[in-house]
Ligand binder design. Structure first.
Ligand code: C2E
Ligand code: CA
Ligand code: CA
Length: 718
């Protein structure tokens, strides 16, 4: 037997010895608990009874060692002993000890609890129960895993099975626990206290006991007892008579696992696994509910899509993308009113359903949601500045189903993207027409390439110092059989969205390289400039497409200029730099197009492998209200270009004044209607060949000599 250790209940040494000795010999288990219910001392009987070694108990809390006792009568008794100071008597059963214990709890003068325990399991077991039963019945009862009791005709518990003892602890305690207790009455009492399941149990059991019903069953939830941080447990109660007296068997099966699994499946069916936000199905329901609520109170749907999310995934990996979506879901959720719902449709698309909110309210909400992007997202150690495009649609008579509203919000989002991203747009019927138009273009575009409906117009680029045409830019035209000439700004974005721009550009590279080769053979010295879209950079085939076309035409790569817009380069500078450097190594020249319209930082431009800076025509002509600005801006850009070792080209030169300006600020090249509009290949070839023959120089006729007004771009076969 182990010697009692731990702290004695008193600091008085003689008292300590006497009491310790006395308590160590008695058969009752005794333990002392400090103010936090931690064992401070126990006698050997307590060790035996609690089936734990002393060293495993001293210093540890009762509730930590015996978690099943949390929330039971024992805990209540501890509380009462502390508040009243009186001796408390209690019975409890611990599932792991599998024993009924009787305890007496008192508070000593030092504020510690002294608890005397006795094993009363024998008394509590069926031997003493007032029912005559065969050993067969006992064996059968004890073999049942469900907590089972037999009730007498009045509803009192006659006997219980082995599982019942476990059921009597905090885990799934039926309405009455003890043999001899009135089960039916316990149900009624719980029912009177507001427990609706207990009301149903009392009625159903009553009917079986009175012979009115052949059986009764009920699934019910038991709330965890106070002080237990647990989810409710679920039970299946079943009652049926055993004989004609009638006695009734009541069994309680723990169905918590099944119910939890069902609840989890139901939750998962309505939530997005990544962000735990409502999913498409749940959003549909929420919109339908809000629409059905009242026709006079509109519901507004916001459809949000992160700008350039694919690039986050492509460059930082999918797990970083997932983290971003989770962070965004949490930011959005913090910005919503309790009545609004934020859900995720999939990918980077989030939807907010705002009840009782019109389009104006939706606009304000969209601003609020866009402001969650003010703070950059921290991913993989770097800060990502991101933006989003949002479409807004408010319910109206045209919307009968949730899909109608979602479709319109989606359309508005799409339009927000198409008009430059990082903005929000409210749906209007005109927007639908515009989209239908785009859709028609998209569906015809694929055929257009096959039908040879694409042509090229060539715009010469003039070297300012010599006045000679050194290169020309190939501009795509679509000769639509019904619509006539479609401007590239109307179909190129559509081609980019549909993945068609890459095959179109591949074709264009071949045609332009062949044209350049033909001009060379006519004795002209020209480079060709081809516009390349950002999509081509991410397709991964740009290098191969360019070098392939050049090789097929047997053209020196030095005669090819690729024009990429500042914004397309800024989207993924490292990806662009890699590919453009390789192309430059082969001799291909790179031009940064539309410079000044994007938001590139100086360092971003400086680090790009480019030869030419094409200054956008908005900088060349300047805003209508300002006269002084163009010169200053253009001068600064020209200085920047030469500092970076790039040649500067002024685009969109429309007047003699603008041409003089371009020259005076130090631009190397100019291009624009004042010099020449885009022309068909033959016309341009003839013009330059004649000039060469007449003057020995590859010049355009002087603007004032015949070429007064820019003629509109003309379509011709490439
Ligand atoms: P961009 O690359 O900036 O092309 C110059 C645009 O400015 C051309 O319009 C040209 O006709 C126009 N332009 C030239 N001089 C003047 C001028 O003095 N004043 C004014 N107001 N405009 C002038 P276009 O041909 O309509 O092309 C528009 C845009 O479509 C191009 O802008 C380019 O971004 C795109 N694009 C055209 N062809 C292609 C192509 O083959 N591939 C790709 N990816 N984009 C193309
Ligand atoms: Ca261009
Ligand atoms: Ca341009």
């Amino acid at each position: 037997m182990t010697e009692p250790q731990g702290r004695p209940p008193s600091a008085d040494p003689s008292w300590h010895e006497r009491v310790t000795e006395a308590l160590s010999t008695i058969s009752d288990a005794v333990c002392c608990l400090d103010a936090d219910d931690r064992f401070s001392w126990l006698n050997p009987s307590a060790e035996r009874l609690l089936d734990r070694r002393l060293a495993d108990l001293v210093g540890r809390s009762v509730w930590e060692v015996f978690p099943d006792l949390v929330g039971t009568d024992l805990q209540d008794a501890f509380g009462r002993a502390r508040t009243t100071g009186g001796v408390q008597q209690v019975e409890c059963c611990d599932e792991h000890l599998d024993r009924w214990l009787e305890g007496r709890v008192l508070l000593d003068h030092r504020g510690e609890l002294v608890v005397f325990f006795r094993d009363v399991h024998e008394r509590r077991t069926p031997d003493e129960e007032p029912v005559e039963e065969s050993s067969l019945l006992r064996a059968v009862l004890n073999a049942l895993p469900a907590r089972t009791a037999i009730l007498d005709p009045e509803g009192r518990i006659l006997t219980t099975n082995a599982a019942w003892c476990r059921g009597a602890t905090a885990r799934g305690r039926p309405y009455a626990a003890r043999v001899g207790a009135d089960y039916l009455e316990a149900c009624r009492t719980a029912g009177a206290a507001g427990d609706q399941d207990a009301v149903a149990a009392a009625e159903g059991l009553g009917a079986v006991l009175s012979g009115q019903a052949p059986s009764f069953s009920l699934d019910y939830a038991l709330a965890p007892r106070e002080g237990r941080a647990m989810a409710p447990t679920w039970w299946h109660l079943q009652a049926f008579p055993v004989d004609d007296r009638p006695r009734v068997v009541v069994s309680h099966t723990d169905i918590t696992d099944r119910v939890t699994a069902e609840q989890r499946a139901a939750w998962q069916a309505r939530h997005d696994h990544l962000t735990s936000r409502p999913n498409r199905a749940a959003l549909h329901e929420a919109i339908a509910d809000a629409m059905a609520e009242s026709a006079s109170r509109p519901v507004t749907v916001l459809y949000m899509d992160i700008d350039g999310f694919k690039q986050v995934n492509d460059t930082l990996g999918h797990s970083a993308g997932d983290l971003l979506l989770q962070e965004l879901a949490s930011r959005l959720t913090h910005r919503t009113r309790p009545t609004d719902l934020v859900g995720r449709l999939g990918g980077d698309e989030f939807v907010v359903v705002a009840r009782n909110c019109d389009a104006g309210g939706g606009d304000a909400l969209a601003r609020r949601f866009r402001s969650v992007f003010d703070e950059p997202f921290e991913l993989g150690g770097s800060l990502l500045p991101l933006t989003a495009s949002i479409g807004i649609a408010a319910s109206g008579p045209a919307h009968t189903r949730p899909d109608d509203l979602l479709r319109d919000a989606d359309a508005a989002m799409y339009a927000a993207k198409a008009s430059g991203r990082n903005r929000h747009l409210t749906f209007t019927p005109a927007l639908r027409t515009e989209l239908d138009d785009r859709w028609q273009i998209a569906s015809r575009l694929r055929e257009a390439a096959a039908q040879g409906e694409f042509t090229l117009a060539w715009q010469p680029v003039v070297h300012l110092a010599t006045g000679e045409v050194t290169s020309c830019e190939a501009l795509l035209r679509w000769n639509h059989p019904q619509r006539g000439l479609v401007a590239p700004t109307d179909f190129i974005p559509v081609a980019e969205e549909n993945g068609l721009i890459v095959p179109i550009t591949r074709w264009l590279l071949q045609v332009t390289a062949a044209q350049c080769r033909a001009w060379t053979e006519q004795g002209l010295h020209l480079s060709i400039a081809v516009n390349v879209s950002a999509v081509h950079l991410s397709s991964g085939t740009l290098i191969e497409d360019v070098l392939g076309a050049v090789a097929a035409a047997e053209l020196p790569a030095e005669q090819v200029v690729l024009e990429l817009t500042e914004t397309s380069l800024a989207r993924n500078p490292s990806q662009a730099t890699r590919q453009l450097s390789t192309l430059r190594d082969h001799g291909v020249q790179i031009a940064i197009d539309d410079f000044g319209t994007g938001y590139s930082s100086l360092s971003a431009v400086a680090s790009l492998p480019a030869d030419v800076l094409k200054v956008d025509r908005t900088l060349v002509s300047g805003p209508a209200t300002s006269i002084a600005a163009p010169e200053a801006v253009l001068r600064a850009v020209a200085a920047l270009g030469s500092a970076l070792g790039m040649q500067v080209l002024a685009e969109g030169v429309e007047t003699p004044g603008q041409l003089d300006l371009a020259r005076s600020v130090g631009c190397t090249f100019a291009q624009g209607h004042h010099l020449s509009p885009p022309l068909p290949a033959e016309e341009l070839g003839t013009l330059l060949t004649e000039a060469r023959r007449r003057t020995g120089r590859q010049c355009l006729p002087p603007p004032e000599g015949g070429r007064t007004m820019p003629s509109p771009p003309v379509a011709t076969s490439g």
